[in-house]
Ligand binder design. Structure first.
Ligand SMILES: [Zn+2]
Length: 475
């Protein structure tokens, strides 16, 4: 890789899984010859007029994948990190709450700089691009262009088949592979106040720290302008949430390394950045987590029978619901549940997502026992990566037919934020719980992430009490 300029601010953006018309945003090009490649590209929606420009020396033993990269901020808005990439140089932006100059002319945009993907970029896994990572690139970027009509980028990644069997096999089976692009900018500018952030000037303004993507009273949504980007990385970052769980469990089954999938909790991290704070409806994950922990501390073991009486779904309905959910594409399911304000209980989630189990769970004590530990560690350690993960938030709205399938369950199963609990006092012996197995801990962690993501999603009432109750009762 050519030497990148010093002092860049590194940015990553999760790329879309599909285009607005629903077609996949990445296509494996089944190319054995240049002619095949032309045919495949035309099937993948790349217009005929660019085809003569595609000159790729096809290498034996390699697979070629067309990947759609980030779109212009003017057309697709900021990404989930609030990063806004202008399309072209010369865009004039106005700061609604300026600390200095009121307007600014942005530098090069993605249209001018998209070629840096092929000039300086390569394929990696999980953004392990730094020299200190000591990981060589896992593939090459052999072609790229900015698609003028669609206001977005496209590139072709060349992947050596010998290193990508698992992923290519998953792709063949229709499991979407998630990609993320990495870029570096000399500096960023807060869209609200114009504050310049560089690698040498690590302080940030309040908008970047706490109000990313917040919609101001004047209607402006806080974003961060990222002009003059250098694109140097297209990274595979995993599969979709459902497959991610399956993959994680398979890795656990193969390995005795039980703790490898549980990232180390930070000892102390006072400077937690509220990554997602939306003024309207969406609460920052850390605040939701605190609320959840507060509610959990109020639920004692004595209350469990009362909670069960109040919240346990009718067994046949519960079984019917889980059966229906299992037939739905898991990403569409997550979108529909969020829209209908149904949050899966721990056992429902376990039965739907645990890929190893058919039918009803035979015993989930380890998983449920692990759940409070996960929330506790995340809250105490302010674990940033845990709070940042947005993989359970659906990227698209649910198709109408899926909503129709699940609507009959809404009245019984939707979240009830103001639930009252009849407390039945009963003597409970203090039971020392065994340490949960790695698999249970992994699943509990995934469930905690799902629950937290659902609670921070726009439109979901803050139902921390409901969550605390169902978690405690293991419903
Ligand atoms: Zn600012």
């Amino acid at each position: 890789m050519p030497h990148l300029p010093e002092g860049l601010l590194n940015r990553t953006s999760l790329l879309p899984g599909s285009t607005p018309d629903g077609s996949p945003a990445r296509v494996l090009l089944k190319a054995a010859s240049a002619q095949d490649l032309s045919r495949e590209l035309s099937l993948a929606g790349v217009e005929k007029e660019v085809l003569p420009g595609v000159r790729i020396q096809l290498k034996p033993g390699h697979a070629y994948m067309l990947i759609i990269t980030l779109g212009s901020g003017e057309f697709y808005s900021a990404n989930e990190n609030a990063d806004y990439y202008n399309e072209r140089a010369g865009k004039v932006v106005t700061f609604p709450a300026p600390i200095g100059q009121k307007t600014m002319v942005l530098g090069n945009g993605i249209a001018e700089n998209h070629h840096t993907f092929t000039d300086m970029g390569a394929v990696y896994r999980n953004h392990k691009t730094q020299l200190t990572h000591k990981v060589p690139p896992s593939g090459a970027i052999v072609w790229d262009r900015f698609n003028e009509r669609m206001h977005r980028g496209e590139l072709i990644a060349e992947l050596p088949i010998s290193g990508w069997e698992t992923e290519l096999d998953m792709h063949e089976r229709g499991i979407p592979l998630m990609w993320s692009q990495g870029s570096g900018c000399p500096s960023d500018f807060c869209g609200a106040c114009g504050f310049e952030f560089t690698s040498r000037k690590p302080s940030r303004c309040i908008h970047e720290l706490q109000e990313k993507l917040c919609i101001r009273p004047d209607g402006y949504q806080n974003c961060i302008y990222c002009p003059d980007p250098i694109f140097y990385d297209i990274s595979y970052v995993g599969a979709n949430p459902a497959a991610k769980i399956a993959f994680g469990l398979r890795k656990l089954a193969q390995s005795e390394e039980t703790m490898s999938l549980i990232p180390k909790m930070a000892e102390s991290d006072p400077g937690i950045v509220y990554h997602k704070m939306y003024c309207s409806g969406r609460k920052p994950a850390a605040i939701v987590l605190d609320k959840l922990m507060q509610e959990e501390s109020l639920v004692s073991d004595d209350m469990v029978p009362g909670i069960e009486q109040e919240l346990l779904p009718e067994p046949m309905l519960d079984k019917d619901f889980v059966g229906t959910c299992k037939k739905i594409d898991l990403n569409e399911l997550l979108a529909a549940l969020l829209e209908l304000k149904i949050m899966l209980t721990p056992t429902q989630w376990w039965r739907i997502f645990n890929p190893e189990t058919q039918g009803e769970p035979s015993g989930v004590s380890g998983f449920l026992g692990a759940l409070p530990t996960v929330f506790g560690q995340a809250a105490l350690g302010h674990e940033d990566a845990f709070l940042r993960d947005t993989s359970y938030l659906p990227t698209r709205s649910a198709p109408p037919h899926v909503l129709r399938q699940l609507e009959p369950f809404v009245s019984d199963l939707a979240v009830k934020p103001s639930v009252k609990v009849i407390i039945i006092k009963r003597a409970t012996a203090h039971v020392c719980r065994p340490k949960p197995a790695a698999k249970d801990l992994y699943l509990a962690r995934e469930y905690a992430r799902y629950q937290l993501e659902s609670l921070t999603a726009p439109g979901m009432p803050l139902a921390a009490r409901w969550c605390a109750l169902v978690n405690k009762a293991g419903i």
